[in-house]
Ligand binder design. Sequence first.
Ligand code: COA
Ligand code: AMP
Length: 632
Amino acid sequence: MAGYREIYAAWKKDPEAFWAEAAREIDWIEAPRKIFDPSAGTYGHWFPDAVCNTCWNAVDRHVKGGRGEQNAIIYDSPVTQTKRTYTYDALLDEVSTLAAVLQGLGVSKGDRVIVYMPMIPEALFAMLACARIGAIHSVVFGGFAAKELATRIDDATPKLILTASCGIEPGRIVPYKPLLDQAIEMASSKPLSVVLLQRSQLAASMMAGRDHDWADVMAKTRSAGRKAECVPLKATDPLYILYTSGTTGVPKGVVRDNGGYMVALKWSMKALYGIDPGEVFWSASDVGWVVGHSYIVYGPLLHGATTIVYEGKPVGTPDAGAFWRVIEEHQARALFTAPTAFRAIKKEDPNAEFLKKHSTSSLRTLFLAGERADPDTVQWAEQILGVPVIDHWWQTETGWCIVGNPVGLGQLPVKHGSPTVPMPGYDVQIVDEAANPIPDGKMGSIVIKLPLPPGCLPTLWQNDGRMVESYLSEFPGYYKTADAGFKDEDGYLYIMGRTDDIINVAGHRLSTGGMEEVLASHKDVAECAVIGIKDALKGEQPCGFVVLKSGVTRSPLDIEKELVGLVRDKIGPVAAFKIAITVARLPKTRSGKILRGTMKKIADHDEWSVPATIDDPAILDEIGDALKAKGV
Ligand code: COA
Ligand code: AMP
């Protein structure tokens, strides 16, 4: 392969030729004759006339091509003391049988199926079975509460839900079924069926008529000899919907198509990650996140690689050597995780003593994404592992990397603090509020010139209007990333933070607006503001300020405890909302806007000045005192 600069220039010169060439790596039912249609959808569609099936490319194709006996999935679960492998042959059997189960329950092309499952191979079978028959899956992360699940059920209106009896967090079993039953109860759209995998750790109760036992329906379908074939789909048909935090409590349903996604992911496996078919790729994320969709499931499998499904944590399952053990035991060539995982390991084992017990010689590269990779963590990882540590920047919306360091094309020099350079397909620019370019070295809004490349969201689920309003209208001709940063003289990008109210907690994307909605729903709360404050382990953690209604005489401490419980209950433990602080008033501008930015600087002990537009400067001192009193 040619080097990055050549490849990027070739893409820029003729984007359609570039993607037409990349599309040759896919098995099409009808190959694309037209590469891009700028008149379709909100900004155009890739491969508008092609026909394909993603499950075929991720599974059947490899069996047909002689990889049937190679491991497709390695399941390693320290929380259940289980290890299991599935060859591509076995994967095909599981997926085609489960797809037949779905068909038997009335699911067909275009129907939505929610997948609410822990990190077990069956979650991958579920996704691939949907892909096989053209059903649109929507995976919901296990750390969300019933209300979040209900919101997704109402937006996606699934015909069927695939789930398991429980997830396992260190030291605690998370019963999924009560959450699911509650969510279905709350939702106005009711699924016709639920297929539930009973795990040995916890048995779930079943509702007659609606709920089906996974093992039972699989066994029956097997003994009847029923398997589902791959259904031909338009490249532009949706493969999945993945909900992500927006600026309000209503999440955005990011839609992913089949054809463009396959082309982009397949290209990325070699060019960006430097992986060859047959090698082991480990993404230590969760299938509930975009990283899980793209690089636990689809990317590695489309490439004929072996993927690791890890049901555990970087620390505590059982110790800070867990990652090194998994790399050694399964001979992983690349590890992809969030910087917070390495901060957690470093905190527990600063001298990397656990690493001495393992050989990580199989590892060629560590990839980090999901949040800003702080130079200290990158340096530490480089030192202990002795391999390149590659930060790369992307979003749920894009589905794959925007800015990275393509090691497969020849690694570019690493500059700590920068995820390096735009991938082909992305013309990344830094602009001011009026969409004018900003000189190198100066901070601005990061935008991507339209069209977005294959793999990126074509729209939000049944909501072109919100797609345009959220991403395409503010900077005409560009996609708004809602990240801010700058470019240096070598064209390296630096991603410094969000321009909206989204925060990043342990690599998880959360909406402070959503948390404010929950706090405001408490009967004693008059107004509130949630900000993300610095956290040494998780990058950021949410911190909520509340003003109580006049006449409330209950203890503020009790109310604060209730508020912490309320966010856990309504959004889920993943929100990691632990700090609620009662204050007499919130600092505002004269026009009534809450000064969240200044509050954040005070909480982070950064330098701050009194904004000229402030209504009453004394309130800022009150905020500082309240934080101090809470030990923040
Ligand atoms: N189901 C149910 N609960 C879950 C969950 C799941 N799938 N995942 C997390 N939670 C819970 C945790 O148990 C925790 O609950 P607690 O408040 O009772 O302790 C809470 O949600 C917050 O979880 P988390 O943010 O993961 O914090 P942690 O303290 O448990 O672990 C790290 C900290 C750094 C070890 C952990 O965040 C981690 O491994 N991060 C990697 C980041 C990552 O994979 N990001 C994905 C994008 S690449
Ligand atoms: P998500 O959609 O959950 O993947 O989160 C996307 C957001 O995470 C981005 O908009 C960034 O704010 C942040 N992010 C992801 N990767 C990086 C990175 N490598 N560097 C800085 N920020 C990142």
